[in-house]
Design a protein. Structure first.
Lengths: 415, 113
């Protein structure tokens, strides 16, 4: 059977960063497996700009950002295989790959980084009442049709969901001649970045309706109209608030879910992020299998995906070199006001600072973030504004971690 | 007093500008610059894509080398949609110099072999 020291599953931003980092740390036997024809992942279709501000201190488009990592992969001579998909894996790290060039084969890895990205919630997942007609597609699919292949999905468009991809597509479709009638969001606040509301909706006078969702889709073959209704606090439609809108396309931007079907094969424990449960090295609960990027938890900014990929690549390199210090486990728990924290576990003997990444449950102002261990305060930080659509990162130094035993929790406290 | 969201970075600061062009709410100097530009001559960098002649069903992404006046965006889009290129393409290749006489170039942003 073929063998490899480090197998990286997914050649997007997280996977490339992990492979580059591991290579720089002396791991030479690496293989990146990518199912698309090219490296780069989702950034291939994100032709708008705004990427790289943290990583490169300049504003790049998605393809420009990814190209910088592809050149590093090439320069470092890291082997990669495109049009190749992992179709099975075992806990012993025996992975079955189906490759356009090499057929189906098995490979045994000493360490694996899972960097498989995420997928979009589709129409089935949100159970929109009404006809089953064509013209209802996800924002990412519309983006691929338009930006890669040059097909406009419709002429009169309603967008459901105000996540960043939905907002970006509102602008993009408008620029290409479609009429975007409105963006409708079921929550009382937008899940997109403020700058995207400004530059994608306000710039083109596209209205954003909050606390409003699609209560019915109508169309014989192709979508003809949608009914938007206001929702109450319990997300139930309020009768009498219906707005009928003629349109030929409904674009869904209603959430992203980590793509972890491979982890199901190996019964890998997951967390509330819907991705794998990991320690501070981004190692899953199965030794030697790491995870990073959107398959671990959905990110808002690619620069942070790259950073997490590097962390996983560093972890995998240490694991392969036998330098991985484990020690007693500290369990990390999200409490009041916090929906998830990554990592979910820390090794007590870890000799590095740990960055907690978390999201809040709802928008809050003027709160203290409290980090505690066994009822004792470890750190307290003032946060003027926190919103669910922005991932928060808080670094805890190794000195502070020395005072932590068995468990550590994060919570918000009103001032 | 005018209020709007800064679009320079993902932070999205809420900017206020008073009648004497004093900017508040910004977290960095670029926010101040943006606020003044937004009130005097609002500009945007435009990204789009153009057809690749020698490939089936394939576009290549492009951007303007600098920001253009907001009012010129749709005129620019009409111009972009008339253009096409041939692969291979390289990041930074000029598709159209001084497009529409706006003083910016249209540049390729994707490598296609």
């Amino acid at each position: 059977m073929r063998t490899v020291d480090l197998l990286v599953i997914g050649g997007g931003s997280a996977g490339m960063a992990a492979a580059i980092q591991a290579k720089k740390e002396g791991i030479n036997d690496i293989l990146i497996v990518e199912r698309d024809e090219n490296l780069g992942g989702i950034l291939n279709q994100c032709i708008h700009n705004g990427f790289g501000l943290t990583e490169f201190k300049e504003e790049l488009s998605g393809p420009e950002y990814l190209a910088r990592f592809v050149s590093q992969v090439e320069e470092l001579k890291i082997p990669y295989m495109t049009s190749s998909m992992v179709i099975d894996m075992t806990r012993e790290k025996i992975v079955t790959i189906s490759s356009k060039k090499e057929g189906v084969f098995k490979i045994k890895a000493k360490a694996i980084v899972m960097a498989t990205g995420c997928y979009e919630r589709g129409a089935g997942a949100i159970q929109i009442p009404g006809d089953r007609c064509s013209g209802i597609i996800t924002a990412g699919t519309a983006q691929k049709y338009l930006n890669i292949h040059g097909y406009l999905c419709g002429k009169r468009v309603v967008i459901l969901g105000s996540g960043d991809i939905g907002l970006i597509m509102a602008r993009r479709l408008t620029l290409e001649g479609a009429k975007v009638i409105c963006v409708s969001e079921i929550m009382p606040y937008s899940n997109g970045l403020n700058r995207n509301i400004a530059q994608c909706l306000n710039d083109y006078n596209i209205p954003l309706y909050l606390s409003r969702s699609v209560s019915k889709v109508i169309g014989k073959d192709r979508l003809e109209k949608v009914i938007l209704s206001a929702v109450d606090e319990k997300m139930q439609f309020i009768p009498g608030t219906e707005m009928e809108i003629e349109c030929d396309t409904l674009i869904l931007s209603v959430g992203l879910i980590p793509y972890i079907s491979l982890l199901d094969y190996i019964d890998c424990p997951t967390s509330s992020t819907k991705g794998a449960k990991v320690n501070e090295h981004m190692e899953t609960m199965i030794e030697g299998i790491f995870s990073a990027g959107n398959c671990l938890h959905v990110h808002d900014v690619v620069d942070f995906v790259t950073d997490e990929g590097r962390l996983a690549g560093h972890g995998a390199a240490e694991y392969l070199k036998g330098e991985f210090k484990r020690g007693e486990k500290i369990v990390v728990t999200p409490k009041d006001g916090i929906s998830y924290v990554v990592p979910q576990e820390i090794n007590k003997d870890n000799e590095e600072d740990v960055t907690f990444k978390f999201r809040v449950r709802k928008p809050v102002k003027d709160v203290n973030l409290i980090i505690e261990s066994n009822g004792e305060l470890v750190a307290k930080m003032f946060k003027p504004v926190l919103i669910p659509s922005e991932m928060v990162m808080v670094k805890l130094s190794k000195d502070k971690l020395a005072n932590v035993d068995k468990e550590v929790s994060l919570r918000l406290e009103e001032r | 007093m005018k209020e709007f969201t800064c679009i320079i970075c993902p932070r999205g600061c809420r900017l206020s500008v008073d009648d004497n062009m004093n900017v508040t709410g910004n977290s960095c100097p670029r926010g101040k610059q943006y606020a003044i530009s937004e009130l005097t001559n609002p500009v945007r960098t435009i990204t789009s894509s153009v057809r690749v002649n020698n490939r089936d069903d394939l576009l290549v992404s492009v951007k303007t080398s600098g920001a253009i006046p907001k009012g010129k965006i749709f005129e620019l889009m009409d111009e972009i949609n008339k253009l096409s290129v041939s692969a291979p393409t390289h990041i930074g290749d000029v598709v159209k110099k001084d497009i529409l006489g706006l003083g910016v170039d249209l540049l390729i942003t994707k490598n296609i072999d």
